[in-house]
Design a protein around this ligand. Structure first.
Ligand SMILES: NC(=O)c1ccc[n+]([C@@H]2O[C@H](COP(=O)([O-])OP(=O)(O)OC[C@H]3O[C@@H](n4cnc5c(N)ncnc54)[C@H](OP(=O)(O)O)[C@@H]3O)[C@@H](O)[C@H]2O)c1
Length: 283
């Protein structure tokens, strides 16, 4: 875990919202953020220090979707941040549910981001990694067939052998758990492959697993100025381990985060939150 280029705004605190009780307006910075400024704002330093960053958009009333998809929540500004975060990552990690519902294609970044990556000595596109128990993923889909880099698929020892065999033709299939994929093993495997900057794009189930495992270093969260009405899921779902299917497991203690920054665009709030340890320091 590491600090990043722009350090957290708040001072040390011992609990959620504790510490400095003063209330201040968060006044806007001087000017517009162009793509270079966005790149600098989110760029991790140093790059080789491992960070697991998660990116989500949610409605004012806490929904991760509108009519089953995240697309109704974001806008052009959120997309610019989304693209910037992708371009800064060594690997984009996503649950199979998100890849299926959002129709993930091959992971490529825009030419201008490729140029920025080349200048840092990085491969032109980040790697792609999926998490799936059932392996209900189509090897002929663009996600695999058009991928510039061979994707990784993390699964369990109990994954269906036939699906595993088919996927192994187009991806590196890695066992990382028995009943469920263990996110700590995933992170270890990614690090072992030199992929230190991990961007997780969800979804809620996998984010819940990451939280329960205490692996989240940063959350980039966009708040969209809409009320969804309570139909969609929250951005995190606790792991379901009880026999009755109820959500259990993981820590019930809230994990503390410090504000990295808030930017805004047309009513969207674009925030970056950095995990801190119990002493209020960035973890
Ligand atoms: N607002 C946002 O920013 C945002 C971001 C992402 C997604 N979403 C939305 O969230 C919804 C999808 O939610 P979701 O919770 O289903 O997403 P998800 O976490 O991406 O997908 C769940 C699926 O991923 C696999 N998976 C996740 N964790 C696993 C583990 N530890 N071990 C084994 N397999 C694991 C399983 O796939 P198998 O079934 O293949 O075993 C599971 O069924 C969609 O509507 C999507 O649009 C919103």
């Amino acid at each position: 875990m590491s600090d990043s280029a722009s350090g957290p705004v708040s001072e040390s605190a011992s609990g959620p919202g504790a510490g400095d009780a003063a209330i201040r307006m968060l006044t806007a910075g001087s000017g517009e953020l162009d793509d270079d400024a966005l790149w600098q704002l989110y760029a991790p330093t140093p790059r080789d220090s491992p960070v697991l960053r998660v990116n989500f958009v949610q409605s004012l009333d806490g929904s991760a979707t509108v009519q089953g998809l995240s697309g109704g929540l974001g806008g052009p500004a959120d997309k610019r941040v989304f693209d910037t975060l992708r371009a800064l990552a060594d690997v984009v990690l996503v649950g199979a549910g998100t890849a299926r519902s959002e129709g993930y294609g091959a992971l490529t970044v825009a030419p201008e981001h490729r140029a920025r990556r080349r200048a840092l000595g990085l491969p032109e596109d980040p790697a792609m990694a999926l998490v799936s128990g059932r392996l209900d993923l189509d090897p002929a889909s663009a996600l695999f067939a058009e991928a510039p880099r061979r994707p990784l698929v993390f699964t369990t020892s109990g994954a269906p052998a036939d699906a595993r065999g088919r996927l192994a033709e187009v991806a590196d299939v890695v066992e990382a758990g028995t009943g469920r994929v263990d996110p700590a093993l995933v992170v270890r495997e990614l690090h072992a492959r030199g992929l230190a900057q991990i961007l997780c794009e969800g979804g809620p189930s996998f984010f819940g697993d990451l939280i329960a495992a205490g692996l989240v270093d940063e959350l980039c969260l966009t708040i969209s100025p809409v009320l969804e009405g309570g139909h969609g899921p929250r951005i995190a779902t606790a792991p379901r381990t009880a026999t009755d299917g109820s959500a259990t497991g993981g820590s019930s203690m809230p994990l503390g985060f410090e504000l990295g920054h808030i930017a805004s665009s047309g009513g969207l709030l674009l925030m970056r939150w950095v995990h801190r340890d119990g002493d209020g320091r960035p973890a």
